[in-house]
Design a protein around this ligand. Structure first.
Ligand code: 6PG
Length: 244
């Protein structure tokens, strides 16, 4: 796959440092009057990255030129333990005192179908468009062991191809409703960064990156391709252990 880079780190701290430096470099190079737009990943993998940023960049960055969005969100209130917003707010936004005007959260407490439309409008209004499609500066993505990414699951892989900006998805096991960016927006980003760490991700990472086509095509994550942008995989030695 063209435009794809794979970087493997000996530990998660080094991966976190590398990701943080990508973001900081983009913020410092952004001399336009637009704010940098980043869609954050949820789940547990990004926690170390956000903690690294909070520990190392407090008071050093003008965050007013960065707009934070979410690649997906669970349909729960913002103070719910399941909320991706709560996770990022606890670890990153509050410690770094990111201005609330720069945080665009999915209102997980709202009706999912209404919120998918609402958040799509929020993105359309606040993210630069390219050919009428929002083009995030960075989209950060995790990967599930089943090959899902954002909240596009294998049993709803058609959502990836939706022309909408966001769709309502359903977690296949818990039935939890989610709001997710679609592949239309994800693949339009200037930079897509997949992050995967830990032994439990080694199998899915190998199936996606060793490109055994017969398997990987069924995974939503395998559909992510960068149109005229860049796609980077940040792995640790554990998640990369089955790559050849
Ligand atoms: C979410 C995520 C989801 C996550 C993967 C990996 O809301 O859960 O956005 O796509 O990135 O499920 O989750 P872990 O990082 O917890 O393994």
């Amino acid at each position: 796959m063209k435009n794809r880079k794979i970087k493997i780190f000996s530990n998660q701290e080094k991966l976190a440092k590398y990701f943080s430096e990508i973001l900081i470099k983009k913020i410092s190079k952004n001399t336009s009057n637009y704010n940098l737009s980043i869609a954050l990943a949820g789940g547990s993998t990004p926690k170390k990255i956000f903690k690294y940023m909070a520990d190392n960049y407090s008071g050093k960055i003008n965050w007013e030129k960065t707009n934070f969005f979410f690649g997906d969100e669970r349909c729960v209130p913002p103070n719910d333990a399941e909320s991706n917003f709560k996770m990022v707010d606890d670890i990153l936004f509050s410690p770094l005192q990111i201005p609330t005007n720069n945080i665009f959260r999915v209102k997980g407490e709202n009706d999912p179908a209404n919120e998918a439309k609402n958040y799509s409008n929020v993105i359309k209004k606040n993210v630069r468009l390219k050919k009428e499609v929002p083009r995030f500066d960075i989209v950060m993505l995790g990967i599930g062991e089943d090959g899902h990414t954002a909240s596009i699951f294998p049993n709803q892989i058609e959502l990836f191809h939706s022309k909408n900006i966001c769709e309502v998805a359903t977690h296949p096991e818990s039935g939890q409703k989610r709001i997710s960016l679609t592949g239309t927006v994800i693949s339009n980003a200037k930079l897509i960064v997949f992050i995967a760490t830990g032994k439990n991700k080694s199998k899915i990472v190998s199936e996606l990156l060793n490109e055994n086509k017969d398997k990987s095509n069924n995974y939503p994550a395998s559909l992510v391709s960068s149109k005229k942008g860049k796609l980077v995989w940040l792995l640790d030695t554990e998640s990369a252990s089955l790559l050849y």
